[in-house]
Design a protein around this ligand. Structure first.
Ligand code: MG
Length: 359
């Protein structure tokens, strides 16, 4: 099975409601789909959304990185030479982690198809069902409460509240939403870099003193402020999850060495795909640090690849793969089954994607 052609096209899915975080507001899920074709007639699928405020990648930059720079280096390669292909993808250029992720997952898709087994089994075969949280966008408290209650009605048992814009007022916001929710609903808080280290400690401690349980608080401070992140981790008892602060395996190594966070959020768009994500996950595992599998606002191709990765690995203790559920439609036929709080992985070979309806 040799790589003969690589093509890209755009996928645009309108969101049910606008997605709002401390960093941005978005109304459509837009990404670049990558198809890697072979001389045997097989196609591997990949996808990369543009999240310029986090990765620096845009739709044109992803397209060019795939078609103009990294892709050509892969033509003619035998798919069984996984190690070599993966190094070609990672070393063809610096940065551009989203484009690398899209190609990486398409190659893994083919590698597993060639062996005729589902990718999650190839990557460890740990489980075929994952429970995801539902993200609640940052809005006035009344709307966040309504959105939370609707998610609970739809069966979600874990909610991830986006905050970070109201400073110390975020504590009251979380408290008000919590009061309206059933007791067994678990809460995750994501500040998306919105707080200063001292404000973060003040908010989290206030909530802790009121007895409010949080599974973790995600990226309370600026991505580049590792010392600030450590300050927060050292001064609260709630687990702190690093997200924007950890892209590469080296970032993870540094955060682990500093003990700057309790948990690490792996997103394929940050690591540059499954291959580096495997290393990151193993490194964290060796140090007893649990990881979350997360996603950007990504469609069912990228989220399927993330779900397969998480299905393979026991060190993924938390799942935040609600991207495809936030879209009004899903143009992807096959792949993981995103129906609600439970994501199911099938036994179809590779990622299990049959085709993508052009949007
Ligand atoms: Mg986050």
């Amino acid at each position: 099975m040799k790589i003969t052609k690589i093509q890209t096209y755009r996928m645009c899915v309108p969101l049910k409601v606008p997605f709002r975080t401390a960093l941005r507001t978005v109304e459509n899920m837009e990404s670049v789909v990558v198809e890697v074709m072979t001389d045997t007639g097989h196609t591997g699928f990949g996808e990369a959304p543009a999240t310029a405020v986090i990765t620096g990648d845009t739709l044109p930059s992803i397209t060019w990185a795939v078609e103009g720079v990294i892709g050509p280096a892969l033509l003619g390669r035998e798919i069984t030479q996984l190690e070599e292909i993966m190094h070609l993808i990672q070393n063809a250029m610096v940065h551009n982690s989203s484009a690398k992720a899209a190609l990486d997952m398409a190659v893994y898709d083919l590698f597993a198809q060639n062996l005729n087994i589902p990718l999650w089994k190839l990557l460890g075969g740990y489980r075929n069902e994952l429970e995801t949280d539902m993200t609640i966008s940052e809005n006035p408290v009344k709307q966040m409460t309504e959105d939370s209650l609707r998610a609970v009605e739809e069966g979600y048992r874990i909610l991830k509240l986006k905050v970070g814009k109201s400073g110390i007022g975020d504590a009251e916001k979380v408290l008000q939403i919590r009061r309206e929710l059933p007791k067994d609903v678990r809460l995750r808080i994501d500040a998306n870099q919105g707080w200063t280290p001292k404000t973060a400690v003040r908010i989290i401690r206030e909530l802790e003193e009121l007895g409010l349980e949080m599974e973790f608080v995600e990226q309370p401070v600026s991505a580049g402020d590792r010392e600030g992140l450590k300050y927060v981790t050292d001064h609260v008892t709630t687990q702190i999850l690093a997200d924007e602060a950890v892209f590469s395996v080296r970032d993870a190594a540094e955060l682990i060495r500093m003990r700057a966070a309790d948990l690490l959020n792996i997103k394929l768009m940050k690591t540059g795909g499954i291959y580096p994500a495997q290393t990151l996950c193993s490194l964290a595992d060796a140090y007893g640090v649990k990881c979350m599998i997360g996603c950007m606002l990504e469609g069912a191709v990228a989220a399927t690849a993330a779900a397969h990765f998480a299905g393979g690995r026991s060190n993924i203790g938390y799942v935040d793969l609600d991207g495809p559920i936030l879209g009004k439609t899903n143009p992807v036929d096959g792949g993981a089954v995103f129906g609600g709080h439970l994501i199911r992985l099938t036994d179809a070979p590779g990622l299990g994607i049959r085709r993508i309806q052009r949007t």
